[in-house]
Design a protein around this ligand. Structure first.
Ligand SMILES: *Cc1c(COP(=O)(O)O)cnc(C)c1O
Ligand SMILES: [Zn+2]
Length: 422
């Protein structure tokens, strides 16, 4: 791949040729996460805002020269990327802000941002002629891998905690994935998947361990900037579990700065659930994330429940190097954010997606945000992914359906009770 210079270890800085390494730094084992280094002069000759303005490809592959794939490799047919970025003036007004945008990753083919990474994973696996792809997941990465694999008839094995939401497990099974429910946490599933991939030689999509997942997720940052006519926003709010998405956003923005397509680096705001706040704690207390032990993670937002964030090096750099912040939100704030975002912008988020909005509410409260900033809230997953989470949220918001007999008399009694409420 002519666009790639090397893969660089985030711990020791050792560089590898892309052909010489699949996953991690040989000197640092499973923790030796690699970062793809690009040749921006080369890329700048292949693609520009001007060429993009004429592109008819409204998927992540419109940015192919910026992605770690061979130009000739076939890409999967599912339409991944180019999700809508909605202007949300009522949300902004509610918070006393001027410019809030919501990017809805619930509109991806399997209904979460994870499709961006899984699309790259199936291409990389094809380049390796892999027979089987595997991943561990809290649910969405697996559903994404299942869907992308189904689109090209690629065998895959998936490890998820038994507690994953039913809709996510149903998705994987519907797509024909071989699903292993692990009696344990996501972190247990991750370790088991890693051991299995080593024992059986399966291609491993695991977040962070596979250096190319960041590269898929970074396309969300490209889209945000392109959809804002290359005027980078001031802040982006995103929820953080393993830290791959926020690291990916940072990577995408660094690419755009290096190419000179945007003029400033947005501040990245990493939102964590208080019951799964490894990154928030480490950042606030100045702890060393290479030695900080894993925590016990427990939150209603299953997609950001991670005891040991696998992409913690990239996640911490994303916040520190952009002058952003980590923000911690309680489960009840996350649940309250589901109807708030849905009613304010018409975007129905799963708990981890709504957490980004809860983080914005909290950040306004903490006076971390200035009124005239341009703010993007990234909804990472669709609300239909976790119906029981949504039902908890509406219960908490005191909204319930009205149950009537099928006649007008019964209905009249109900409607009479509404008075001026509608
Ligand atoms: C995976 C996921 C996240 C968190 O992404 P990380 O890379 O693990 O930090 C947030 N929201 C949703 C819906 C997800 O699926
Ligand atoms: Zn190393």
């Amino acid at each position: 791949m002519e666009n790639i210079r090397s893969l660089k270890c985030l711990i020791c800085g050792r560089q590898y040729r892309a052909d010489d390494v699949d996953y991690v730094c040989a000197d640092h084992g499973d923790e030796g996460i690699l970062d793809v280094q690009y040749d921006y002069d080369f890329i700048g000759r292949q693609i520009s805002p001007e060429t993009l303005s004429h592109s008819n490809d409204f998927t992540i592959w419109r940015y192919k020269p910026l992605l770690p794939v061979h130009p000739e490799t076939e890409v999967p047919p599912l339409s991944v990327g180019w999700t809508p970025l909605y202007y949300a003036p009522r949300v902004a007004a509610d918070l006393g802000l001027k410019h809030v945008w919501v990017k809805d990753e619930g509109r991806q083919p399997t209904a979460s941002l994870k499709d961006r990474a899984s699309a790259v994973a199936v291409v990389k696996a094809k380049e390796k002629n892999a027979e089987i792809i595997t991943t561990a997941s809290t649910g969405n990465a697996a559903a994404a891998l299942g869907g992308l694999c189904a689109s090209i008839r690629q065998a895959n094995v998936i490890f998820v905690p038994q507690s994953a939401p039913q809709a996510k497990i149903a998705q994987m099974l519907v797509f024909g994935s071989r699903v292993v429910l692990v009696r344990g946490t996501y972190d247990d599933a991750f370790d088991l998947c890693l051991n299995a991939s080593k024992a059986y030689g399966w291609y491993n999509r695991n977040t962070a361990y596979n250096p190319y997942m960041t590269e898929g997720k970074k396309t969300a940052a490209y889209e945000i900037c392109e959809q804002l006519n290359w005027e980078a926003p001031d802040r982006i709010f995103v929820s953080v579990g393993d830290g791959c998405i926020i690291g990916g956003l940072h990577k995408g923005l660094k690419d755009l700065l290096a190419l000179g397509w945007i003029g400033k680096m947005p501040k990245l705001m990493g939102i964590q659930a208080s019951g799964s706040s490894y990154m928030y704690d480490a950042w606030k207390n100045g702890e060393d994330i290479l030695t900080k032990p894993s925590i016990h993670a427990q939150t209603v937002a299953d997609s950001i429940s991670a005891g040991l964030p696998r992409d913690r090096i990239k996640a911490l750099a994303a916040v520190k190097e952009t002058g952003g912040a980590f923000v911690s939100v309680e489960d009840n704030e996350i649940l309250a954010a589901i109807p708030a975002l849905a009613r304010g912008a018409g975007v129905f988020a799963e708990p981890a997606g709504a957490a980004a909005y809860a983080g914005l509410v909290k950040a306004v409260d903490l006076q971390l945000v200035a009124r005239d900033e341009t703010i993007v809230v990234l909804n990472t997953g669709n609300g239909l992914k976790d119906v029981s989470g949504a039902m908890q949220a509406v219960n908490l918001a005191n909204t319930a359906p009205f149950i009537v007999s099928p006649d007008m008399e019964a209905l009249k009694q109900v409607v009479a009770g509404w008075k001026d409420q509608i």
